[in-house]
Design a protein around this ligand. Sequence first.
Ligand SMILES: Cc1cc2nc3c(=O)[nH]c(=O)nc-3n(C[C@H](O)[C@H](O)[C@H](O)COP(=O)(O)OP(=O)(O)OC[C@H]3O[C@@H](n4cnc5c(N)ncnc54)[C@H](O)[C@@H]3O)c2cc1C
Length: 402
Amino acid sequence: MTTTEAFATNFDLTEEQQQIQQAAREFVKDHVAPRAQELDEKAEFPVDNYKQMAELGFLGLSIPEEAGGSGFDTLSFILVVEELSKACGSTGLGYAAHISLGVTPVYLFGTDEQKQKYVPQLCRGVDDDGNLTLGCFGLTEPGAGSDAGGTKTTAERKSDHWLVNGRKAWITNPHYAKTCIFTAKTNQNPKDGKGITAFIAELGTPGFKVEAKEDKLGMRSSDTAQLVFEDMKLPLDAVAGGEPQVDVGFNKFMKTLAGGRISIGALALGIAEGAYQKALEYARQRKQFNKPIGTFQGVSFMLADMAMEISAARHLVYHAARLRDAGRDFALAGSMAKLYASEVAMKTCTNAIQVLGGVGYTREYDVERMYRDAKLCEIGEGTSEVQRLVISRQILGDLRNV
Ligand SMILES: Cc1cc2nc3c(=O)[nH]c(=O)nc-3n(C[C@H](O)[C@H](O)[C@H](O)COP(=O)(O)OP(=O)(O)OC[C@H]3O[C@@H](n4cnc5c(N)ncnc54)[C@H](O)[C@@H]3O)c2cc1C
């Protein structure tokens, strides 16, 4: 057992959670870790790894069995994201986005018909022709990032359909997706709320185009692209949650993000732990001045801080997941977990490169990739600044009328 695995055993995981964690560890050891560097270099999406995750039941892990999922809890899902991300941040990101953003909002907010139509297929993850059927989530636009309510995409209600025009940016998984749940403005002059509605569209709908994959700093083997809607016609029942949700769907997206933040926290935690393990091994075996570099206080203190901060991040991430599983309010805990774990991942990766010295700065050693991957955690699903806004608003309360 490694030192950090020993931290994890103190979390009183249930037998079921330990089994899923072990299954994820074995899958990562055999299929994810050996290819992570090569996939990053080629910016290649690991279709076959996702197919194997589908076989393992991972692609519907935290969705109840009666809805077509595998029936595990949020913490089990978080454990899988963490294990994947220790070896490959890109796989952790694509997987986390599929469950948190692609499947969960359809399951939580869809009508019964929408749930029956989409959720089992999204949870299976592969169709009869062997194509991946992941889910994706379209909130961000070129002009609406942190200000997600600034959506410019429009959906106009016609007599027998919705006519959608606009563009979404930075969307995860669209080239391998079956459905996209996205936001569009439905009320041009909203008196209250944002006048924004959530829709579910199938990939392949005429007028729905996925542009070429983005060329990114990190998370290079994840799939990120813009979506273009050009006179896309959707049936009237494509509104997520049905007609009563027209003009108020924005709130659903905000709730989805609150859950998604826990999984980005787990992604960051996994990357931090992966980098820490590499630094620890190196500090034991690399000798300078005839001694392992781990004997130098300058190096050992960096490792001590990493171990402590990773442990603290794990407490926050698991706590947020447990609050969600208990049906309690997890929004504040999720933001704190995401913010803290992201910053720990960035700091740990920076210092892991420092511990490895020159070789850490090369593409031959994984810590350089982990460092590039970690940066995404401070941006996606609400930047660190936005998390601080969310947290400060919650702790201060609404001061606007004071
Ligand atoms: C790899 C990747 C995958 C992604 N996947 C998805 C996805 O699947 N679906 C999706 O909808 N989106 C996705 N995103 C988009 C992501 O959520 C946005 O990039 C993020 O919310 C920030 O928006 P922005 O990039 O437009 O930056 P901006 O909002 O333009 O922010 C630029 C800078 O200004 C700061 N800033 C903005 N407003 C404030 C403020 N009020 N106070 C203080 N600082 C502020 C920000 O913190 C940031 O530092 C993804 C992004 C990436 C990079």
